[in-house]
Ligand binder design. Structure first.
Ligand code: HEM
Length: 390
């Protein structure tokens, strides 16, 4: 899918929210000829679509994620999700807290003396990859190889041109073939000699006496990489980006670290790592008063829904004082993000560690941020920072 014509420049991609606000007022549900899809901008309508998998399907034809739970409908989705829930438990995630702290401190140690860093390259990029490798049971000796190829899987296009999108698709295909071969080897090894890792748990999990096939375990491993790495990188980066734009919030958070979970939730609402979620209509439906035929693509603009004045008081204000924050940034309903507890924990630990290690975090003057040119992902390619130590 190509980006919308309204959000084409780098400046607009870095801050598309006034455009979403205006589209939500003027055309809350509209068909876009250029992209051959429907756009939905209001909270209530996005919520309705995500809540109704019977009317709005997640099944998509091709790509890296084919055959994964993300692109599956019930009843198959229900069964598979129950199985993976068994392995991906809150306890398995909580047990990773010390590891996340240790890795964050190690990564920050590499830049501590310098006084500058690129947050994406030095912390927010590597952290989720190292943690997911740990969770899956990738042997330490393969970490670098693993990182190189998982980066390829989520690498964006260089620019908005057709050629750049095609080159990206080709690189992703090669990366995904490599990583599948790699996981196949580990899966076979764990089948014979199970260990205490997610792959071994997935191979052993049973529902109604049924197990996942090797192929299903494989596509789940790839899904974790694709769904979990770039998103978490962008959550951490977007939170720090916001704190460089609003010194007050940075001070509030630094002087009251227990507020960090609220900072993470408000970042998810305000600068959502995934700004849109796609579905396909399974029959003729009505959304926000408009009739949509069967088989149409519908794009739910989470980044707009999260700032809907019908749902949130002062939606364009970033505040740590919201009592309720029902943003849709992890989706809603049966496909609600499986990795949400892990993403939240990684972001919390990374931000607490950053704020307690460095006295002041500032953007670098004269460097214009560059948005990731993707219609679905909201983030920046690099975030150069200056800091002073505590
Ligand atoms: C699903 C966002 C991190 C694994 C989703 C969905 C969203 C989302 C919006 C729903 C998509 C849909 O309804 O079509 C995010 C964001 C993250 C994040 C914003 C970081 C801030 C992670 C992590 C993992 C993960 C760390 C795993 C390690 C998954 C999986 C699904 C999913 C497996 C599919 C669930 C299903 O279809 O039942 N995520 N995600 N995500 N996410 Fe995440």
């Amino acid at each position: 899918l190509i980006p919308m014509s309204e959000i084409a420049s780098n400046a607009d991609q870095l801050f598309p929210f006034p455009i979403f606000n205006s589209l939500r007022q003027k055309t809350p549900v509209r068909y876009d000829e250029a992209r051959s899809c429907w756009d939905v901008f209001r909270y209530e309508d996005v919520h309705y679509i995500l809540k109704n998998p019977k009317l709005f399907s997640s099944e998509r034809g091709s790509g890296t994620l084919q055959g994964s739970i993300l692109t599956m409908d019930p009843p198959r989705h229900t069964k598979m999700r129950n199985l993976v829930n068994k392995a991906f438990t809150p306890k398995a995630v909580k047990d990773l807290k010390n590891k996340i702290e240790e890795v964050t401190l190690y990564l920050l140690d590499q830049v501590n003396e310098k006084g500058t860093m690129d947050l994406v390259h030095n912390l927010a990029g590597p952290l989720p990859v190292i943690i997911i490798a740990e969770l899956l049971g990738v042997p330490a000796k393969d970490r670098d190889l693993f990182k190189t190829y998982s980066d390829v899987l989520v690498a964006g296009a260089k620019d908005n041109s057709n050629e750049a999108f095609q080159r990206m698709a080709q690189k992703r295909k090669e990366g995904s073939e490599f990583i599948k071969e790699y996981f196949k080897k580990i899966i076979l090894e764990r089948k014979v000699n199970p260990e205490e890792d997610l792959i071994s748990l997935l191979l052993a999990a049973k529902i109604d006496g049924e197990k996942l096939t090797e192929e299903e375990v494989l596509s789940f491993c790839v899904l974790l990489l694709v769904a979990g790495n770039e998103t978490t990188t962008n959550l951490i980066t977007n939170a720090v980006r916001y704190m460089t734009e609003d010194k007050n919030i940075q001070e509030q958070a630094r002087t009251n670290l227990p507020l960090i979970p609220k900072l993470v939730e408000e970042t998810l609402r305000f600068y959502p790592p995934i700004q849109a979620i796609g579905r396909v209509t399974k029959e003729q439906v009505k959304v926000g008063g408009k009739t949509i035929q069967k088989g149409e693509q519908v794009i739910c603009w989470v980044a707009s829904a999260n700032r809907d004045e019908q749902k949130f008081a002062e939606p364009d204000r970033f505040t740590l004082e919201r009592k309720l924050n029902p943003h849709l940034s992890f989706g809603f309903g049966i496909h609600f993000c499986l990795g949400a507890p892990l993403a939240r924990l990684e972001a919390e630990v990374a931000l607490v560690t950053l704020l307690s290690t460095f006295a002041k975090l500032e953007g670098v003057k004269g460097t214009e941020l560059e948005a990731i040119p993707s219609p679905f992902v909201f983030g920046v390619k690099r975030l150069p920072l200056k800091f002073t130590r505590q």
